[in-house]
Design a protein. Structure first.
Lengths: 372, 131
């Protein structure tokens, strides 16, 4: 287990020993982290000492009270920002000084914990920081390997992952405190919504996995000569239950038995995304037509729907990560906002292309071309 | 007071968050109006003056909350505004007011991280409403 060094700076011995006690038996693990993080706690009661300790030993996180006997917490914060900005500072503040906490955050504190805090609150705050440290390390590593992870991507991703967590957590707290009644039936709708949000999050994670699976270079060892319609048929079958629910029919048209040399998994992702979008954003009694064709040395896949359509502006942003069309009609449709960016990434690898034609309220046609 | 319940406008495009906020804030004894988008909120503001407003930051655009705050303060300078967001420092999109330049146009009275405890939320609202 990797250990993070936490320095607690507080003149109240009770707070220091409390933090030590809680963190010594606590570790953070995430499915996407290689190993768990544990914590080593170092304590001190003054800002002057804190600065000395930071100079001498490696500290990852500082829990910093503002009201200290000598120099103040914000002075320590300033020192850290100037000299060791890689250290993450969490301000410990009483709620009366929330304003100060916000100010400290603006001055470079990573976050703040209101005092008095429960063990759980301390733990979740530390969980957050550890995740941040992990992601930071990850990003550095990836950059070193020549793979750029865009900062913007991570930040939006974190927002997209946190929103459902907040929603589910909120419902659970309401249930825990029995705020809506004594019977389980009183919470039926909240349970439904929580499950719905979990499902959305699962889809997002699946899409993320797809996205990370896509390598930047061709993985020729996985290439196979395959019949395109077979992959399309598989995709249609997996989407059909959903299409039936939505009262949408899917038709496959292939006159030429087109074959292509490709990683079948990639082609499947393309079909899955385009067809499921065509169903998702369709109207009742709508239809989806999938055309497979070959012209010159190009495979042409068209997915045509009779759905709500897209405006020019929406088309422009369609392939951006996490972009989602937001309007009255799409309000209750969930999606990760990653489907089309994934398709675009795959097509880039194969020197393929994708075009969109659309008319609002009439429908959209996505045309994919791939060199055979 | 005795002039009836104070009205709080909550704007957020996450229907679950909106539902939960409504539930909490109604339990504090306030009247709640909600909107699910910046656009919808702008319409409400045209002819309704709430006693306090809580805006999500990222809705139709990344800065919907800022825009709403700006428009709200122009129309009703005395109505306190809370900007609530799930975006925190870890995301790199700092939600604070960093520069003098920002301060001139970001008009919220308070920034709150989503997921704040119910009792803290109540305290912050009361403080802004001077109750």
């Amino acid at each position: 287990m990797e250990k993070l060094n936490v320095l607690v700076v507080d003149d109240e011995p009770g707070i220091r020993s409390g933090v030590s006690r809680i963190l010594n038996n606590f570790s953070v693990s995430y499915p996407f982290m290689d190993s768990d993080y544990g914590f080593n706690v170092v304590e001190t009661s003054t800002g002057e000492d804190a600065i000395e300790i930071i100079k001498k030993q490696k500290i990852d996180i500082v829990l910093l009270d503002n009201k200290l006997p000598g120099i103040q917490g914000t002075d320590v914060l300033e020192h850290i920002n100037k000299n060791q900005p890689e250290i993450l500072v969490m301000m410990i503040t009483s709620y009366a000084s929330l304003e100060l906490a916000v100010k400290a955050t603006n001055q470079g504190a990573y976050d703040f914990i209101p005092k008095p805090f429960t063990p759980q609150e301390l733990k979740s705050a530390l969980e957050n920081v550890s995740k941040h440290i992990f992601l930071r390390g990850m990003t550095k590593k990836l950059n070193k390997e020549g793979k750029e992870i865009r900062y913007q991507f991570l930040s939006v991703l974190s927002h997209e992952l946190k929103a459902p967590l907040n929603a589910i957590e909120g419902y659970l707290k309401i249930m825990q405190e029995k705020q809506a009644g004594e019977k389980i039936e009183d919470y039926e709708q909240m349970i439904d919504r929580s499950l719905h949000r979990i499902n959305g999050m699962r889809n997002l994670i699946m899409d993320l996995l797809d996205l990370t699976k896509i390598k930047l270079e061709k993985k020729t060892d996985k290439f196979q000569q395959i019949k395109v319609s077979e992959i399309a048929q598989n995709a249609i079958e997996s989407i059909n239950p959903y299409a039936i629910q939505k009262d949408v029919q899917i038709f496959l048209h292939d006159n030429q038995d087109v074959q292509i040399n490709i990683d079948p998994g990639d082609l499947e992702i393309i079909f899955n995304n385009l067809i499921s979008n065509a169903v998702k954003y369709n109207k009742q009694n709508g239809r989806v037509d999938v055309f497979i064709d070959k012209k010159d040395n190009l495979l042409i896949i068209k997915v045509k729907d009779t759905g709500i359509g897209l405006s020019q502006n929406e088309i422009k942003n369609l392939f951006e990560e996490f972009f989602r069309v937001k309007n009255e009609q799409t309000k209750h449709i969930t999606g990760s906002g990653l489907g089309l960016p994934i398709v675009r990434k795959i097509l880039d690898i194969y020197n393929g292309d994708i075009q969109v034609e659309s008319e609002v309220e009439v429908g959209s046609t996505f045309t994919v071309t791939l060199p055979v | 007071m005795g002039q009836g319940k104070k009205v709080i406008l909550i704007v957020d495009d996450d229907m679950d968050y909106l539902f939960q906020m409504r539930m909490h804030i109604e339990s504090f004894g306030f009247e709640v109006i909600t909107a699910e988008s910046q656009r919808e909120a702008e319409k409400i503001i045209e002819n309704t003056k709430p006693d306090l407003a809580i805006f999500d930051l990222m809705m139709e655009s990344d800065d919907s909350g800022f825009i709403l705050s700006y428009k709200m303060k122009r129309k009703y300078p005395d109505v306190p505004i809370i900007l609530a967001t799930a975006v925190s420092s870890e995301t790199g999109m700092s939600f604070g007011v960093n520069t003098q330049n920002d301060k001139q146009w970001i008009k919220a009275d308070l920034y709150l991280e989503k997921g704040i405890r119910k009792d803290q939320l109540h305290k912050e609202i009361n403080k802004l409403l001077k109750i």
